[in-house]
Design a protein around this ligand. Structure first.
Ligand code: GLA
Length: 386
């Protein structure tokens, strides 16, 4: 048992006066490449990170669910007989939303026992690292085992997404939950969001002497409101005007036709999705053929496309990426939904510190908010820890 698992076990015991039945956990994620492609049925290439959310859970003999955490005061109580997205709020909505989404998917929870739950996490909140998916997936694996449900990893990712869409109200795709469920050490997860076929892609970062820096802009983002939903709508409008169900059906060869058929802004949104899908495929091919040192140009092109065509970056992110590359990063790009959150830089491990300092300096010189910078490693997805 790691120290953290022992600590969450002890916190559960202190809160509920008995030992938990078990402890489960799931990680946050960064996306290596493939942004705003998931809800367009395209391709993504995220990896799970070594920052996790733990759920210590004990079975009860009634139908009550009690929730506590190490990061907020108080207790939330709900009944499995009265779960409704309208009655959920705050962080507990992600956990209760998973139980609701299971029932909504037709899973019979009529005999499911109530639960006492204690949540702990070291995934930063509001940093664009999918703390919400980590919570949903930790709850998902715990419920599946405790209620002996027949759900595989991708089915659980889908349930987490529904919880996010319906209980929390953000129109997001499958990226975050798929990464949190399917992650593997030193691998990225390639996911085709149309077929939902996924496979691990070896990264060989350590072997190649590389590291990934997360540069949290400390500019907070929110996906239930604002720009994310606007981009989602733009893509749907673009697809409709082009006579396709989703932008997945549009390729580079269709862009000339798209330019003639769409207004200038919608065209740029569509062009981002189309070129980003191709960059994901190219990244997978390049990793296999030439290794991670060769994917820098693709990362940088993705950053430029998010900045200029999709317009989801902020000045803090743009400058952090530029400064990282200038200081010797292999490549750098924003990761996640945008409008704040984090960017990532692929860096030679021995230059990580120097590059981080150069980025801090560049932001400070520009009078912009300084980022919080740390390294992450591709890690294992959701699992039982105890
Ligand atoms: C957020 C969403 C994901 C995905 C990304 C953008 O992280 O939760 O579903 O759309 O933004 O790639």
């Amino acid at each position: 048992m790691t120290d953290r698992v022992a600590a969450v076990t002890a916190a559960f015991e202190a809160a509920y006066g008995r030992l938990p039945t078990g402890v489960w956990s799931a990680p946050g994620r960064v996306n290596l490449i493939g942004e705003h492609t998931d809800y367009n049925n395209g391709y993504v290439l995220p990896f799970a990170i070594n920052r996790r959310t733990w759920a210590a859970v004990g079975m009860r003999e009634d139908r009550t669910v009690r929730l506590r955490s190490t990061f907020a005061d108080g207790e939330t109580t709900a009944s499995l007989d009265a779960l409704s997205p309208d009655a959920m709020g705050g962080w507990s909505a992600y956990v209760l939303g998973v139980a609701w989404a299971m029932a909504d998917a037709g899973i019979d929870l009529g005999e499911a026992s109530g639960l006492d739950i204690l949540i702990d996490s070291d995934v930063p909140v509001g940093a664009g690292l999918s703390s919400s998916a980590a919570l949903e997936c930790a709850a998902g694996v715990a419920f599946t085992e405790l209620w002996t449900l027949d759900l595989d990893k991708i089915a659980l990712a889908r349930i987490g997404r529904v919880a996010e869409n319906k209980a929390v109200g953000a129109p997001t795709g499958l990226l975050d939950q798929a990464a949190s469920m399917l992650g593997e050490e030193d691998h990225a997860v390639f996911l085709d969001c149309d077929t939902e076929a996924a496979h691990p892609v070896p990264l060989h970062l350590k072997q190649e002497g590389l590291a990934i820096l997360v540069m949290n802009s400390n500019v907070e983002h929110e996906h239930a409101t604002g720009g994310y939903g606007d981009r989602f709508a733009s893509c749907a409008n673009g697809a409709k005007a082009l006579g396709v169900a989703t932008l997945r059906e549009i390729g580079a060869d269709d862009l000339t036709r798209a330019e003639g058929a769409l207004d200038e802004e919608t065209y740029r949104r569509v062009r981002h999705v189309v070129t980003e899908n191709q960059r994901v495929l190219d990244t997978v091919d390049t990793l296999a053929a030439a290794g991670p040192r060769a994917i820098g140009d693709l990362m940088n092109a993705s950053q430029a496309s998010m900045r200029d065509d999709f317009e989801i970056t902020v000045p803090e992110i743009d400058l952090a990426c530029d400064a990282a590359v200038l200081a010797g990063a292999v490549g750098a790009r924003m990761t996640g939904g945008g409008f704040g959150g984090s960017s990532i830089a692929l860096v030679p491990a021995e230059k990580a510190q120097e590059i981080a300092s150069a980025v801090q300096g560049a932001l400070s010189d520009a009078g912009l908010r300084e980022p919080t910078i740390f390294t992450v490693a591709p890690s294992q997805g959701a699992r039982r820890d105890r």
